[in-house]
Design a protein around this ligand. Structure first.
Ligand SMILES: NC(=O)c1ccc[n+]([C@@H]2O[C@H](COP(=O)([O-])OP(=O)(O)OC[C@H]3O[C@@H](n4cnc5c(N)ncnc54)[C@H](OP(=O)(O)O)[C@@H]3O)[C@@H](O)[C@H]2O)c1
Length: 306
């Protein structure tokens, strides 16, 4: 019997559990994917905690928003894919999730997985890497520009550093000391997070920075945001209210197949990595999600499903 990791009501991790489910039938525009791997994101626990936007869903609600796997069945109107194809995808809006034997994904957010890209890496791209890709495009950094990334060692941050670096930007990455090596591995200059971050960043960019990509928000963004003369050069995926107060904006998500194709092609070409640092079996979903919920994830965490 297929299984799915779900939450049964809003609240803490005690409301998460495995349930047996029927194999889902894809609706119009959807694909049923036999899941091989699923990325873990803050959105998973935030959804369970009732912190995300969007309409109310009937419980139980499946956890997991990004997957890789093989096409099991196609819904009406889906073209360009066939059963057995290897794909990566963002999970379709609704109560079903990706921490499951089978996931329903929107065909428009699904891309073919090149043979040279592992299922593990592919599962880590549709949310974190795609958010970073969209945010860097929104900032439209030119070669030689200086970008400050707050939260540079997490899933979105480590991807943002690479996309900016690949554009020829100089990247300053704020992250805890434990992530120095990781941040430097992607060509960024590491600034330890904490009380001295502002002073350290200012000494590296005495005239300020040309863009700021925030993945933390709150006081970190309020303080470091002063390094940007023009507040409209701030984008955030974490704290829209603070970014807007500074003149910035939330990352505008594209959620298209072409973005997934662009990113997975870079992985295939060796010019981008999602930096999957830990892989857990699906049975340890609660542990993996707990690590992300603790707020100090290093790169990406992925669940191995099949
Ligand atoms: N809107 C969207 O579509 C979208 C998509 C993806 C993510 N997001 C949001 O974007 C945020 C980041 O996501 P993510 O996947 O990158 O999360 P993540 O993988 O959990 O990483 C968050 C990182 O922030 C670091 N951090 C925490 N406090 C910090 C501080 N004061 N200064 C510097 N770094 C700090 C953490 O570790 P250390 O402190 O140990 O360095 C961690 O590496 C989350 O709020 C998430 O919900 C939004």
């Amino acid at each position: 019997m297929p299984t799915a990791y779900v939450y049964t009501q809003h609240g803490g991790p005690e409301h998460e559990m495995f349930v047996e489910v029927e194999k889902p039938l894809p609706g119009p525009g959807e694909i049923c994917v036999a899941v091989h791997a699923a990325g873990v994101n803050p959105a998973d626990w935030k959804r369970r905690a009732g912190m995300t936007r969007g309409g109310a869903l009937d419980h139980p609600v499946g956890l997991g928003r990004e997957v890789s796997g093989t096409v099991e069945a196609l819904g009406d109107g889906v073209t360009g894919f066939a059963p057995g194809d290897e794909v990566l995808a963002q999970v379709a809006d609704g109560p079903r999730g990706g921490f499951a034997t089978y996931a329903l994904v929107a065909a428009s957010w699904t891309a073919p997985k090149p043979a040279g890209v592992s299922f593990t890496d592919a599962a880590a791209l549709p949310i974190a890497a795609a958010t970073a890709y969209d945010g860097i495009n929104q900032l439209d950094l030119h070669s030689g520009a200086t970008l400050l990334v707050i939260g540079a060692g997490g899933g979105v941050g480590i991807a943002a550093c690479q996309f900016a670096h690949n554009r020829g930007a100089r990247v300053i990455g704020v992250a805890s000391a434990a992530k120095r090596e990781l941040v430097e591995a992607v060509g960024a200059v590491h600034v330890p997070s904490g009380d001295n971050a502002m002073t350290d960043a200012r000494s590296l960019a005495p005239n300020g920075v040309d863009g700021l990509f925030d993945l933390v928000g709150g006081t970190a963004l309020l303080g470091l945001g002063t390094l940007v003369d023009d507040g409209s050069r701030i984008v955030t995926a974490a704290d829209e209210a603070t970014a807007v107060a500074l003149g910035g904006a939330r990352v505008r998500r594209e959620r298209t197949r072409s973005v997934l194709e662009a990113i997975v092609d870079m992985v295939d070409a060796g010019t981008f990595s999602p930096y999957v640092t830990e892989v857990f079996p699906l049975a340890r979903a609660r542990h993996a999600l707990g690590l992300v919920e603790a707020g100090h994830a290093k790169g990406k965490l992925v669940l191995q499903v099949a």
